[in-house]
Design a protein around this ligand. Structure first.
Ligand SMILES: [Zn+2]
Length: 297
């Protein structure tokens, strides 16, 4: 029996006598939601979809409700950059600088988007906020601009965790057809045999989008990858696109401005509009509301 639920979800498992941990995820609906929220072009959808899916997989370690991972890419290519935040409960939100990147395709495969061309050189920063610990942040230069390789490189160099990561976002004329990924890590102290076995598995493993097109769910992708009849599925949980902004939060953010800045806003004597880039919502503050923020200073 495979551990599965309808819609977008993530599955975690252990295999090979607990020497390997595995996670796979389906993100079709949440990438589709991001596409609609930001009216993304196809290539912008694929880039943000891969980044959101990769960070969801990396968030499998988060333990407390308030824990979250923020990923930021700043790049020289047309895309400009991306920001994604994933919470412990699987909620994700994100945006790209340029939502309308033109479609470029790989020279050797006219069906594959050339994400590298839209990204080019840049820096990837990961910030982990976990309850009871100082926020941890690490940065690496992008090594490929294809996102999966960049996240793999980040984990190897910044967190010293060897990682196998596959990401796939497949579009058709209706939008996002499939999106998902998997992440495989040997546990500390895994045997040489296990490490060699993982290398062999990855060398011939198909694309995630191909597998999803063939009807594989996340648990089945893990099963196919590891080929271990004793695979132990630990958890399945839903994931979704969800922004947690509201007027109260924005108001608290505004309140962190200096009294001088707030005075200037009030003196303009018109409504102040604050835009949430994650969900494209505008919040309007009247001059009276700005004045009451000043009064609280
Ligand atoms: Zn929002």
């Amino acid at each position: 029996m495979y551990l599965t639920i309808d819609g977008d979800h993530m599955v975690r498992a252990l295999a090979l006598d607990g020497q390997v941990r595995l996670t796979a995820i389906q993100t079709t609906d949440l990438v589709s939601e991001a596409r609609q929220t930001h009216d993304l072009s196809p290539l912008s959808t694929v880039a943000l979809g891969r980044f959101m899916t990769g960070l969801e997989l990396m968030a499998m370690d988060l333990k407390n409700e308030t824990d979250e991972i923020t990923g930021i890419i700043k790049c020289e290519g047309e895309l400009g950059g991306m920001t994604v935040v994933v919470k412990q409960n699987g909620d994700v939100k994100g945006f790209v600088q340029n939502s309308k990147v033109a479609s470029y395709f790989k020279e050797d495969d006219a069906h594959k988007f050339d994400v590298h061309r839209a990204v080019q050189n840049g820096v990837l920063t990961i910030i982990k906020s976990q309850a009871g610990a100082n926020p941890y942040s690490g940065s690496v230069h992008l090594v490929s601009g294809e996102i999966a390789e960049d996240l793999t490189y980040y984990m190897a160099s910044s967190e010293q965790i060897p990682t196998i990561l596959g990401l796939g976002v497949l579009l058709d004329s209706n939008g996002v057809k499939h999106s998902g990924g998997y992440l495989v890590q040997p546990m500390p102290g895994a045997s040489e045999e296990v490490l060699t076995y993982l290398e062999q598995r990855i060398s011939a493993f198909p694309d995630v989008s191909y597998l999803m097109e063939e009807g594989f769910n996340p648990a089945q992708i893990l099963d196919l990858f590891i080929g271990d009849p004793e695979i132990d599925y630990l958890e399945v949980k839903p994931v979704r696109y969800q922004c947690d902004c509201n007027k109260d939060r924005i108001s608290r953010a505004l309140a962190t401005l200096s009294k001088n800045d707030l005075d200037e806003l009030a003196e303009e004597d018109k409504d102040v509009e604050v835009h949430c880039e994650f969900c494209n919502t505008d919040y309007v503050f009247s001059v009276d509301e700005i004045r009451s923020l000043i009064a609280q200073k």
